[in-house]
Ligand binder design. Structure first.
Ligand code: A2P
Length: 276
């Protein structure tokens, strides 16, 4: 599949395959191992995990066991959201690399601007400290790119005003009905690649009548419309499934959508997680 090997170029020249395989909520052990192994077997070359998913060890094992040359796979992990100091970030990165059993990461992200159990907390200084530690790791060559996740415009500006390296990527919840126009526009203006997590709105988008109609028009599945939409918007979708037929289905998105259809999908402003 061409879309599995097509790449985006980050602003430092690093290439990221356009579709990544997500592993959020994929349980550690056999399920995470088998899912990643199936994704790699079916051509995915971009795998996304996080310390908070607690499946880095299984994900890393599947990557190593695949025998695919390391440089052919783009691997992302994330700093846990409660870690907001320089030294703790360096330590957490070392732990992530032990868990994964890899020599380097392709992308390392601050998982969220605040701890998940304190959403909205002002962690400006902590984010600066964590990001400075990530800049140090980046300069050491142990990560090829650094960035953030779940950051809005003010969170991004805080990093850009106080740190050296403009984030290479911002991974956000992005799907039809939640295309985060303001953040997306700001990221595009500053060459920050937007990665789209939950491109299927954790599955809820698949029963939306507009998306079903669009799927009929293009002779595709609703999931393929959702994933293609992300690519048409210039973002890197990170679909996830534990079932091989869906892992394959989600990668078969080598088709173009008409501009007017994308514009129509842009007008859907309800978060589909609330539709059902
Ligand atoms: P499963 O693992 O049973 O396939 P998102 O990526 O937006 O978070 O959505 C993930 C959810 O959507 C998971 O529950 C996954 O379940 C389901 N899913 C993934 N791909 C498909 C697909 N092609 N068709 C239907 N459901 C899918």
């Amino acid at each position: 599949m061409k879309t599995l090997t097509d790449t985006y170029k980050l602003h430092n020249g690093v290439l990221m395959p356009k579709i990544g395989f997500g592993t959020w909520q994929v349980p550690s052990g056999d399920i995470a191992y088998e899912s990643v192994a199936m994704a790699l077997k079916n051509g995915y070359r971009h795998i996304d995990t996080a310390a908070a998913y607690r499946n880095e060890a299984s994900v890393g094992q599947a990557i190593r066991d695949s025998k695919i040359p390391r440089e052919e796979i783009f691997v992302t992990s994330k700093l846990q959201s409660h870690i907001k100091s320089y030294d703790e970030t360096l330590k957490a990165f070392d732990q992530t690399m032990i868990e994964l059993g890899l020599d380097y990461l392709d992308l390392y992200l601050i998982h969220a601007p605040w701890p998940w159990n304190e959403i909205g907390k002002d962690c400006r200084e902590g984010n600066i400290q964590a990001y400075k530690a990530m800049e140090k790791i980046y300069k050491s060559g142990r990560v090829k790119a650094i960035g953030v996740s779940n950051f809005d415009v003010k969170d991004l500006k805080n990093i850009m005003d106080n740190c050296e390296i403009v984030p290479h990527a911002n991974q956000i919840a992005f799907f039809i009905g939640n295309n985060q126009e303001e953040t997306d526009k700001f990221c595009k203006e500053h060459n920050i690649l937007v990665e789209a997590y939950s491109p299927l709105a954790i599955g809820y988008a698949l029963s939306n009548e507009h998306i079903i109609k669009m799927a009929e028009k293009y002779q595709k599945t609703p999931a393929q419309i959702c994933i293609r939409y992300c690519i048409e918007k210039g973002t890197a979708p990170l679909p996830k499934s534990t079932k091989e037929h869906r892992i394959v289905e989600n990668s078969q998105v080598d088709f173009k959508m008409d501009k007017k259809d994308i514009e129509f999908l842009d007008t859907i402003k309800d978060d589909p997680r609330k539709w059902n």
